[in-house]
Design a protein around this ligand. Structure first.
Ligand code: SF4
Length: 708
């Protein structure tokens, strides 16, 4: 039996694991006791990974390129060179006839940093378009903007060990017990070890996480900013803000203070649907002098049309109290996907560039052009996820490359996305599975290597870079994602008459060469990993960034010196705007639909849906409703109910749940139209997005219910 250390491909906790295999089959996985994220623990999803690559699932995999010559003909298998040649020819025709911005790439937080890097270079460096975005847009963009607005950079300042040192944990918009189970186990351990540790959970639902809290603030959807402003109001009233810290290390507090003084707990209680006394209690626990407070947040704040300000409002509580940059303190966004952070490091999103550079900054564009040895990068803003598929629907994008993601299921207003995909002239889908909601739209389906079959790196929520390693060869002719992108680039170079340039840009023979080039883009930046290498990661295990040349270890937490990566070194306060939800309920659509994760499923279930054991926790999609609402509709448990709004509808079984507030219903995000009657949950979700982060409000929309 062989053992290979690798990393879990599911959530951003980034647990290390040990793959037990014989080089042909994986028999088991177990937690890696040496990995700092999990110290040997795994949740149900991680512990069943070997079942996702069991021989019984082999028939589900893509193993050879498949091409169809017409929209109504079946795809036929073909060899790699011919498949990539065909794709290159089609992309080159579109670029020649309609310009580089008529093509786009939509990639994934499931990809490894090396994959991200090569796709990014392909889009911007060879094709000459910024139309590259990722499903990470649906995940962390608002947290990124929250950090940039206030702290000046997309750098998570905390580490998991801060959980152990905190006196107060504020979990906002996150069901950590389900979405980041190993983080939650650490929280449970911290509470067991420290009797005085207070846990506050902010969530409209009484989730398992909320049920464990000392204080559950079941706020109205969309009222987050009012809550955090009211907490600041209390901190000001009770002199719990740190005036010295504010004076020495920040700017802009006067305007924020004036706004917060207007938001008393009594006013916020009316907006949030909370007791004013609970808001006061939360503020006192958070702001207690000489104590450490850590906030953890996820999609409940991020997936909102005001997501950037939601995040900023929470981060500002830390700045106002000086509870940042020291043990047990700080704002800590929990990454949804395994490598959303690595994707941002590689800059493979419409608004970013490699090494935490910004597309909008001419100096940043020039630096990347110099690093890549090309004349210039395109400066026209790229399209973010929702915008990209809107442009597809309008016929402006004529060739689309999708890698490692399932947008026909996971984007909001999914039927509109499906129509756009159906109308697109040429769609390439690169995936490990044959049958997702998106693969029927693939004119060319390319087989990708999956977990356990490829090499690279990922970065988890605490800035920790871990190696991902191969234990098996990929099935059939499947290839690593970076390799497919690089091979396509070489073929495209020939069709664009830029063969020499393509060969110079994409010389890679292995993932390590890609990593080494990526590393060069980080030198001197906030995420400098100049001192890291595959060899060092092999020798010393996962490391947090920054890790510049000469460092002997990564940096556990940031901003301990009170200096921030803004032009004047000061953190910035902004005045967050209280707007509420983007789609308020009305007489025709009186219910507020909340979406979220289940404990044992992942995304659109392309992988976890193949493991029967993972359905024992929740065998089928159910709509959770308050018992009073059930009674109003004459519904009993297991009765079918249609959930609808003008965008679409789906049918699910109703289930009475005291976790729900009256007027609110909850549906897991995992089931798409393949598995349930109607359009799936994202048939009704809202594509409205935050103008700063461009992250859509997937968490909330208004619906009507009909008993069937
Ligand atoms: Fe994998 Fe996340 Fe579970 Fe860890 S907590 S084993 S990373 S799914």
């Amino acid at each position: 039996m062989n053992e290979t250390k690798s990393t879990c491909p599911y959530c951003g906790t980034g647990c290390g694991l040990i793959i037990e295999h014989d080089g042909q089959r994986i028999f088991n996985v177990r937690g890696d006791p040496d990995h700092p994220a999990n110290h040997g623990r795994l949740c149900t999803k991680g512990a069943t990974l070997h079942l996702t690559v069991a021989p019984e699932t082999a028939g589900l995999r893509t193993t050879l390129p498949q091409l169809r010559t017409g929209k109504n003909t079946a795809r036929q298998t073909m060899a790699w060179p011919a498949a990539l040649d065909h794709a290159a020819q089609r992309f080159a025709e579109v670029i020649r006839d309609h310009g580089a911005d008529a093509v786009a790439f939509y990639i994934s937080g499931q990809l490894l940093t090396e994959d991200y890097y090569v796709f990014n270079k392909l889009a911007r460096g060879l094709v000459g378009t910024n139309n590259i975005d990722s499903n990470s847009r649906l995940c962390m963009s608002s947290a990124v903007m929250g950090y940039k607005l206030t702290l000046g950079a997309d750098s998570v300042p905390c580490a998991y060990e801060d959980i152990d040192a905190a006196d107060c944990l504020l979990i906002a918009g996150a069901n950590t017990a389900y979405a980041h189970p190993i983080v939650f186990r650490r929280i449970e351990d911290a509470r067991a070890a420290r009797a005085g540790l207070k846990l506050i959970v902010v969530d409209p639902r009484r989730t398992d996480t909320a049920a464990a809290a000392d204080l559950h603030l079941a706020l109205q959807p969309g009222s987050d900013i009012a809550l955090y402003q009211a907490m600041l109001h209390v901190l000001l009233q009770e002199k719990l803000v740190d005036r010295d810290y504010i004076h020495q290390h920040t700017e802009g507090f006067v305007a924020l203070e004036a706004a917060a003084r207007e938001m008393s707990p009594a006013v916020a209680a009316g907006i949030c649907g909370l007791k004013a006394s609970d808001i006061v209690t939360a503020a006192r626990w958070f702001g207690a002098a000489d104590s450490a407070s850590l906030s953890l947040w996820c999609q409940g704040l991020n997936q909102s049309a005001t997501g950037s300000h939601n995040s900023a409002a929470l981060i500002q509580l830390h700045l106002a109290t000086g509870k940042i940059g020291r043990p047990g303190c700080g704002p800590f966004s929990l990454t949804g996907q395994p490598n959303a952070m690595g994707g941002r490091e590689a800059g493979a999103m419409a608004t970013l560039l490699p090494g935490h550079r910004d597309l909008a900054d001419a100096d940043d564009r020039a630096e990347v052009a110099r690093l890549w040895d090309i004349d210039a990068l395109p400066d026209k803003p790229g399209l973010s996820a929702v915008e990209l598929f809107d442009a597809l629907g309008r016929g402006e994008i004529k060739a689309l490359w999708i890698a490692g993601t399932n947008p026909a299921q996971s984007l909001p207003d999914s039927q509109r996305v499906q129509q756009a995909l159906a109308a697109c002239e040429f769609v390439v889908v690169q995936d490990i599975y044959q049958d997702t909601e998106t693969t029927p739209y693939a004119d060319l389906l390319l087989p990708a290597a999956g977990w356990g079959e490829k090499e690279g790196t990922v970065t988890n929520s605490e800035r920790c870079i871990s190696r991902v390693r191969a234990a098996l060869p990929p099935p059939g002719q499947a290839l690593p994602d970076w390799r497919i992108a690089a091979d396509f680039a070489l073929a495209l170079g020939r069709y664009l008459g830029r063969e020499e340039q393509a060969q110079r840009l994409f010389p890679y023979t292995c993932a390590e060469e890609v990593f080494n080039e990526h590393r060069e883009t980080t030198r001197g930046r906030d995420l400098d990993i100049g001192g890291l290498s595959y060899g060092l990661l092999e020798q010393r295990g996962p490391q947090q960034w920054p890790f510049p040349v000469g460092a002997t270890s990564g940096q556990v937490r940031l901003y301990g010196d009170g200096r921030f990566p803004t032009p004047n070194g000061r953190a910035r306060f902004i005045v967050p705007v209280v707007e509420g939800v983007a789609e308020a309920p009305d007489a025709r659509h009186p219910y507020q639909l909340n979406t979220g994760r289940l404990r044992d499923q992942w995304h659109g279930m392309s992988r976890t849906g193949n493991v029967p054991r993972l359905f024992s926790h929740a065998p089928e999609p159910q709509l959770d409703m308050h018992p009073d609402d059930m009674a109003r509709h004459g519904l009993k448990n297991q009765d079918l109910v249609r959930v609808a709004n003008p965008r679409g509808s789906f049918v699910a079984k109703a289930r009475a749940s005291e976790a729900m507030a009256p007027g609110q219903v909850f549906m897991p995000m995992h089931w798409g139209g393949r598995f349930m009657a109607g359009a799936g949950v994202n048939g009704v979700t809202l594509p409205r997005f935050d103008p700063l982060s461009r992250q859509p409000e997937l968490k909330h929309c208004a619906v009507t219910l009909e008993k069937l």
